[in-house]
Design a protein around this ligand. Structure first.
Ligand code: RET
Length: 276
């Protein structure tokens, strides 16, 4: 196995507790995604039309990530068999892999970045240009990482080489995201200026968790590492998609109000001469 590309999940044995915890982490992740689809769709109503796509796109991300994590959960269940008191890999001839996550990111990462350009109140033309300029390094980062993550087992030269290449695209992406935030700050009202600044740090910390999860197998192919990685992915997924979506939605709600937009229901209840 050692000189063959593969994932550490296929060479570790898990205790019952580790196996159950792994199922649980994946279940909470997809459950949270599905639960928030409705939340995001509902929050679109109270926004000025130009910002409505922000929560709608979050709902799309939730559906897409939810399905992908449900798939990881199902795969987890099919990949281990309980034999002699331990959960052993390669049950039902299935090999667990996190590679499907990368497929999901190919869809969600460009969407998350587009949401940022819309939320920063850029002109339509700039939204298209900035989104594209962020999506290109984003997708290249994911695909080089996808190829690299097959080298988790054995010597780590494949993992590290492609990890470095992917990180160069990540740095490029970070610069493009910064550019988007800086151009947006100019047309963000003064009292809302802390939002893009805080978003910048939130972005760096939450997206920075993914390369940590990628590098983790170098600490050893053990059940604890497998579990720690699922936990890091889960925290990263919930923050970079779900909490990020909530932050952006609240930000554009304030922007809408600042730009004089009032949701239909409030216009009615606040109308002169009507009792409240
Ligand atoms: C990889 C490979 C190793 C180097 C780097 C990586 C970065 C991954 C990132 C992923 C972000 C994913 C998101 C998904 C949301 O749906 C590919 C792990 C730098 C930053 C935000």
């Amino acid at each position: 196995l050692a000189d063959q590309l593969g994932n550490i999940e296929n060479i570790v044995m898990l205790t019952t507790q580790q196996y159950t915890l792994g199922s649980l982490i994946l279940m909470v992740s997809y459950g949270a995604c599905f639960a928030f689809i409705l939340y995001f769709l509902m929050s679109a109503q109270s926004l000025a039309p130009r910002y409505r796509l922000v929560p709608v796109l979050s709902a799309v991300v939730m559906a897409s990530a939810g399905l992908s994590l449900l798939q990881e959960f199902t795969l987890w269940k099919a990949s281990f068999a309980f034999v002699d008191g331990m959960y052993r890999p390669l049950a039902e001839n299935e090999t667990f892999t996190n590679a499907f996550r990368y497929g999901n990111w190919t869809i969600t990462v460009p969407i998350l970045l587009t949401q940022l350009a819309i939320a920063m109140g850029l002109k339509e033309q700039d939204i298209h240009r900035r989104s594209l300029r962020m999506a290109v390094p984003g997708v290249l980062m994911i695909w080089t990482g996808l190829y690299g993550q097959f080298g988790e087992v054995g010597d780590f030269s494949h993992l590290n080489l492609w990890g470095v290449i992917s990180s160069i695209f990540f740095l490029w992406l970070v610069l493009e995201v910064r550019h988007t935030l800086v151009s947006g700050i100019n047309n963000t009202p003064d009292i809302l200026q802390p939002w893009p600044k805080n978003l910048w740090w939130f972005f760096l910390v939450t997206w920075g968790l993914y390369p940590l999860a990628y590098a983790l197998p170098q600490l050893g192919a053990t059940g604890d590492i497998v579990l720690a990685r699922q936990a890091i992915y889960s925290v990263a997924d919930i923050s970079s998609k779900l909490i990020y979506g909530i932050i952006l939605s609240r930000f554009v709600l304030r922007r809408s109000a600042f730009e004089g937009y009032m949701p239909a229901a409030e216009v009615l209840s606040g109308a002169p001469g009507k009792p409240n």
